[in-house]
Design a protein around this ligand. Sequence first.
Ligand code: GTP
Ligand code: MG
Length: 208
Amino acid sequence: MIIRSIEFVTSAATKNQFIQDELPQIILSGRSNVGKSSFINAMLNNQKVARVSQTPGKTRLVNYIRINSQFYFVDLPGYGYAKVNHETLQAFKTRIETFLATSRSLRLAILLLDIRHMPTQDDMIMRNYLIGRGISILYVLTKLDKLSRSQALIQEKKIREHFGVDANERFITFSAKTKANRDLIWDMIESSLKSESEEIQSVGETVR
Ligand code: GTP
Ligand code: MG
């Protein structure tokens, strides 16, 4: 992917603020502190576009970042962080649910999982929801730099087995620190962006 432009478009809180144009949206989903915002920054070689913090619960709104006027990265608030108070947690949850229920241009969900931990019940709920909506999932196992190579292989295998095998689900390891597998992930994103336009093209050809 050649990145020609990066535009921070908006931070949205409620339904009428969510972007409903036709550009495909690639959503970053996962537990609080898993590395969603860091992932965006590392992929874009830009340390400022998405806000990162040591404190979980940093991303509170739905942030839209437009790339090459072609698609959006949507940085979502994290789920499942017990230490923010109950009302805040509930507000995040409602915001994510409304976003998912009302957004029509979701092309790919990048579901981030910390490679050191097994998926939580919240991860499974999110996964099942996305499958139900027919949205392809790319699992990115983050913080690869925190494990040795052999530990990482063991964890990757365990996490994959936990999910079982599904043709629409792919797994890849990643580190925002070393940028391991950055190019491979861009290839996967590009192919998901292409797949739909090819489908549209082939429908057009049938009509003609
Ligand atoms: P919320 O916005 O709270 O949902 O969190 P987030 O998922 O956006 O996580 P964020 O990107 O803010 O990162 C949380 C912490 O993990 C920060 O201290 C990051 O520096 C750190 N971090 C993220 N990715 C990596 C990684 O690949 N390697 C290492 N070593 N640290 C990482
Ligand atoms: Mg964040």
